[in-house]
Design a protein around this ligand. Structure first.
Ligand code: ATR
Length: 274
């Protein structure tokens, strides 16, 4: 049996085994998908041991995405740009006997697919991204590939937003700064900060949204995040990160197995279980 897993530390809370088991059943793919807690100081060793036991590919989550990036022989352009890998694939599609390791990052494409599913227009849109950490870096290449009119990055530490904008400046109109200078009239605002985890809201102006705007939070939970509540009160349509989670998983599954699962029933089941 072809084996896959998700590596993280901690990993107990991961929904990935449930999601991939549902995808496998739906597509008739015979595979096993488990969660593995890798040691903090030896991600590469954990991956090698997994491959020796029949592992064909893996998802990678916090805090190993950079370590996974470092061990790849080949990287997708979006992974190279992200500086992080959430999908490891053995031998290209994982089904050959080529022991080269290919790395991809599917978070950004997952975000874009979920936004499109919500009929959010990205081409020509004015987009604001909150945060300038790894989560944001991971989605910028696929977002810019949709040809928005502009992307603004706002972060508590302004210099990090400016540096990130510089790194992606060749892919489109992108600028960075602090929350004070953010401006307004955005068609789409994506919260990629970890502020929601602490129940915090970045200091944002009331006139942030254009009419018909969408607010997306990469986080999700049983109740809307502070950011999504704040956005809904100002007329924006709230979208949480559950859809992105399922779409990034579907893209990883496609990279491994060449089949695209139907994400709707999986998303609905997860939503009911929140
Ligand atoms: P991740 O991999 O989740 O992106 P990270 O790289 O540590 O994690 O980045 C966390 C992001 O959330 C950063 O943009 C951080 O802002 P700083 O760069 O100024 O640290 C942001 N962040 C975390 N807590 C926040 C808070 N309470 N208010 C606003 N921004 C916050």
């Amino acid at each position: 049996i072809d084996r896959y897993c998700v590596f993280g530390h901690p990993i107990g809370h991961s929904k990935s085994p449930t999601i991939h088991a549902a995808f496998a059943e739906q597509t008739g793919e015979h595979l096993e998908y488990t969660a593995i807690e890798a040691p903090l100081d030896d991600f590469a060793g954990a991956w090698r041991a997994f491959v020796a036991e029949g592992g064909r590919g893996a998802n990678v989550t916090v805090p190993f995405k950079e370590a996974a990036f470092a061990l790849c022989d080949t990287l997708s352009e979006r992974a190279r740009r992200a500086g992080a890998v959430n999908t490891l694939i053995l031998g290209g599609n994982g089904l050959s006997d080529d022991f080269k390791v290919y790395g991809d990052t599917t978070d950004g494409v997952g975000l874009v697919r979920d936004l499109k599913r919500h009929e959010v227009r990205l081409a020509g849109a004015r987009i604001l991204v909150l945060g300038a950490g790894g989560a944001v870096r991971g989605v910028l290449e696929p977002l810019l590939a949709e040809a928005p009119s502009s992307v603004r990055i706002a972060n508590r530490t302004a210099a990090k937003a400016e540096a990130l904008a510089d790194d992606f400046g060749d892919l489109g109109t992108i600028a960075g700064g602090g929350f004070e200078t953010v401006g307004g009239g955005f068609d789409l605002v994506i919260n990629g900060t970890s502020a929601s985890l602490a129940g915090d809201l970045p200091p944002l102006p009331d006139a942030l949204f254009a009419p018909g705007a969408t607010a997306h939070d990469m986080m999700y939970g049983a109740a809307p995040t502070v950011f999504l509540r704040w956005a809904a009160e100002r007329g924006a349509r709230p979208v949480d990160g559950l859809g992105m989670l399922v779409e990034q998983a579907a893209e990883s599954f496609f990279q491994w197995r060449g089949k695209r699962p139907d994400t709707a029933p999986v998303r609905e089941a997860l939503r009911r279980a929140l």
